[in-house]
Design a protein around this ligand. Structure first.
Ligand SMILES: NC(=O)C1=CN([C@@H]2O[C@H](COP(=O)(O)OP(=O)(O)OC[C@H]3O[C@@H](n4cnc5c(N)ncnc54)[C@H](OP(=O)(O)O)[C@@H]3O)[C@@H](O)[C@H]2O)C=CC1
Ligand SMILES: Nc1nc(=O)c2c([nH]1)NC[C@@H]1CN(c3ccc(C(=O)N[C@@H](CCC(=O)O)C(=O)O)cc3)C=[N+]21
Length: 290
């Protein structure tokens, strides 16, 4: 069996380091990093994620402000809240939990956030900066995935990386980061021909599709490193209970892969830890601390 990549333990270690940094920012610079988390509507999964983010902030000594808006909130109302958070010097990071209700244009909302407070790294100017190698705020899930990959493999240069999925929040920025580390990158998606064969060429395989158990064991090259970004809630056919599974058929894939992230306990905890990392970085940058 391949090695399990323990994202939860890595995230805990990263957060311990960040907690020490936050403590010294408080005592030496009178700076308390602060993130505003905005949730629109009542989606239960979104509410759970927001809860997990707020809890992590508490552990690290980061201030968090939750703004819970009604599902009927207009785009104008949300933009006005963002404007006030942009102009609040005590707030260093702004995160609007996605998805937002359909009357709100998510692109307009993301691009209304001040790029230096955009701890998700979704603002078009942060995306552009990353595209030309001038990384500012890097999206949390790809950033966390890269930390796990470099911890596992060291230098990534020359490795064949296949990213399945091309979303703006995961697949595309992941491909950009892998290319920055000199991987030979293939981005696969729903129009890709012979996806199993494409995946078999991967030394690094990243699955960000949103379909439970989509990537099969016989798509994986012996010894490859597999990063499973998928978070899918399914009903277990045996127990009837709800459980969380990834985009990779983990039970079979773990015997072929050299190393693999589990779900839960893999990329998910890294996403939240990297949100804390970006919040501390934003607080320092906005306060003129290197
Ligand atoms: N662990 C974490 O912290 C996070 C986990 N996630 C999870 O990651 C997964 C992906 O999220 P996200 O990127 O937002 O999803 P999107 O739905 O935005 O994108 C899914 C991508 O998968 C591709 N795809 C869909 N079906 C197929 C197929 N049959 N064959 C090949 N490619 C296919 C799509 O291709 P096309 O573009 O052609 O339609 C698309 O590019 C989800 O499970 C999500 O819950 C997301 C964010 C954070
Ligand atoms: N603006 C915005 N930024 C995001 O970063 C963002 C978002 N919107 N919308 C939704 C997705 C999803 N996402 C996850 C974060 C943590 C876990 C996570 O911690 N998962 C745990 C399990 C949690 C559980 O048990 O439910 C794990 O995988 O071990 C998962 C998914 C962030 N997202």
């Amino acid at each position: 069996m391949g090695k399990l990549i323990d994202g939860k333990a890595f995230a805990n270690r990263l957060c311990e380091t960040l907690a020490e940094e936050v403590a010294s920012l408080k005592s030496e610079k009178q700076l308390t990093p602060c993130i505003a988390v905005v949730l629109v509507g009542e989606d239960p999964a979104s509410a759970t994620y927001v809860g997990a983010k707020v809890k992590r902030c508490e552990q690290l000594g980061i201030d968090s402000r939750s703004h819970h808006l009604d599902v009927t909130t207009s785009e104008e109302e949300l933009l006005s809240l963002i404007d006030s958070l942009n102009n609040d010097p005590a707030v260093h990071g702004i995160l609007v939990q996605l998805p937002v209700p359909k009357q709100i244009n998510s692109e307009a909302v993301i691009n209304a956030i001040s790029p230096d407070k955009d701890v998700d790294g979704f603002h078009i100017s942060n995306v552009g900066a990353m595209a030309v190698g001038q990384n500012n705020m890097v999206p949390c899930t790809p950033l966390g995935s890269m930390m796990l990959l470099e911890d596992e493999l060291g230098d990534l240069s020359g490795l064949n990386a296949v990213v399945v999925g091309r979303s703006n929040i995961v697949g595309k920025p992941m491909a950009t980061l892998l290319l920055q580390k000199s991987c030979t990158v293939t981005v696969a998606h729903s129009r890709t021909k012979d996806l199993p064969a494409v995946c078999r060429g991967a030394d690094i395989l990243v699955a960000a599709v949103g379909i439970p158990h989509f990537v099969k064991a016989d798509w994986i090259k012996e010894g490859a490193t597999v990063i499973d970004v998928g978070i899918n809630r399914i009903q277990d056919p045996e127990t009837g209970k709800n459980r969380l599974v990834g985009d990779v058929d983990f039970d079979a894939a773990k015997d072929v892969a050299g190393a693999i992230t589990p779900v839960p306990g893999g990329v998910g905890p890294m996403t939240i830890a990297c949100l804390m990392y970006n919040t501390v970085a934003a607080a320092k940058k906005l306060s003129g601390i290197a």
